[in-house]
Ligand binder design. Structure first.
Ligand code: NAP
Length: 248
């Protein structure tokens, strides 16, 4: 039997990058996969077909994770289509980098809304089906930047640090109902989000990482599969770094 067989997962922001890697790994592990996208409907539809061709039930939904009402409607729709939700992966995220001196209020609000409020929105909505079935695994994508800070990313770092406090609090609140809540803190993972950076800077980062490479979406997805599965049944309230030793 595959690790996630019989489980239903909801992943936010899976049209590309880490979210897409997690959706593919979950499907390979036998999970039914519901996922969201926002500005890339074609990529969302292509992923739905790809996952279905892997022999699992899959459906993409266009939904803004930062919108409270939309998140609630999404969870209702997923439960209607799939029966329940066993695993929630809060992956949707954006960057609007600038030094504090130049950071606009809009850049602050957009990042906090898409990265942090989204986690509240989805957890709030998904706790209903998870409480009902008295089990669930919530996995939130934080970042090493949320642990250590980063010049030029005060909005992003604050959102990712906020996710850590939220994740631990939810673990304390819902542990007695067998609902687990953990955070993944990736280091430098090479996706479209990081492709926008200049090559010289990127090579400098690779050289500074003990494992001498940027991570892949699959490196992060492997941990997500473990945290989603019953192999991690006694693990909750934790932040696990996937950073090639960068934060050591
Ligand atoms: P990415 O390539 O930019 O992909 C982001 C995904 O999030 C896209 O699928 C996008 O969908 C979706 N999204 C953005 N805002 C959304 C919203 N409001 N509602 C629903 N979906 C939304 O990013 P990534 O590099 O894979 O990163 C994924 C997560 O890991 C993020 O939370 C990021 O902060 C975190 N992380 C990444 C790294 C890294 O090095 N890459 C490091 C640490 C943490 P559309 O394209 O359809 O809009």
């Amino acid at each position: 039997m595959k690790l996630l067989e019989g489980k239903v997962a909801l992943i936010t922001g899976a049209s590309r990058g880490i979210g897409k890697g997690i959706a593919e790994s979950f499907a390979r592990s036998g999970a039914s996969v519901a996922f969201t996208y926002l500005s890339s409907p074609e990529k969302g539809m292509a992923l739905e077909e790809e996952l279905k061709s892997m022999g699992v039930k899959a459906k993409g939904y266009r939904s803004d994770a930062g919108d409270f009402k939309a998140a609630d409607e999404l969870v209702t729709a997923v439960c209607a289509d799939f029966g329940t939700i066993d695993i929630l992966v809060n992956n949707a995220g954006i960057t609007r980098d600038a030094l504090l001196m130049r950071m606009s209020e809009q850049a602050w609000d957009e990042v906090i809304n898409a990265n942090l409020k989204s986690v509240f929105n989805l957890c709030k909505a998904v706790q209903k089906p998870m409480l009902k079935q008295r089990k669930g695994s919530i996995i939130n994508l934080s970042s090493v930047v949320g642990i250590k800070g980063n010049a030029g990313q005060s909005n992003y770092a604050a959102s990712k640090a906020g996710i850590i406090g939220f994740t631990k609090s939810v673990a304390l609140e819902l542990g007695s109902r067998n609902i687990r809540s953990n955070a993944i803190a990736p280091g430098f993972i090479e996706t479209e989000m990081t492709a926008a950076l200049d090559e010289k800077t990127v090579q400098g980062w690779r050289d500074a990482i003990p494992l001498k490479r940027g991570g892949t979406a699959e490196d992060v997805a492997n941990l997500a599969v473990f945290l989603a599965s019953d192999l991690s049944a006694y693990i909750t309230g934790q932040v696990i770094n996937v950073c090639g030793g960068m934060l050591t």
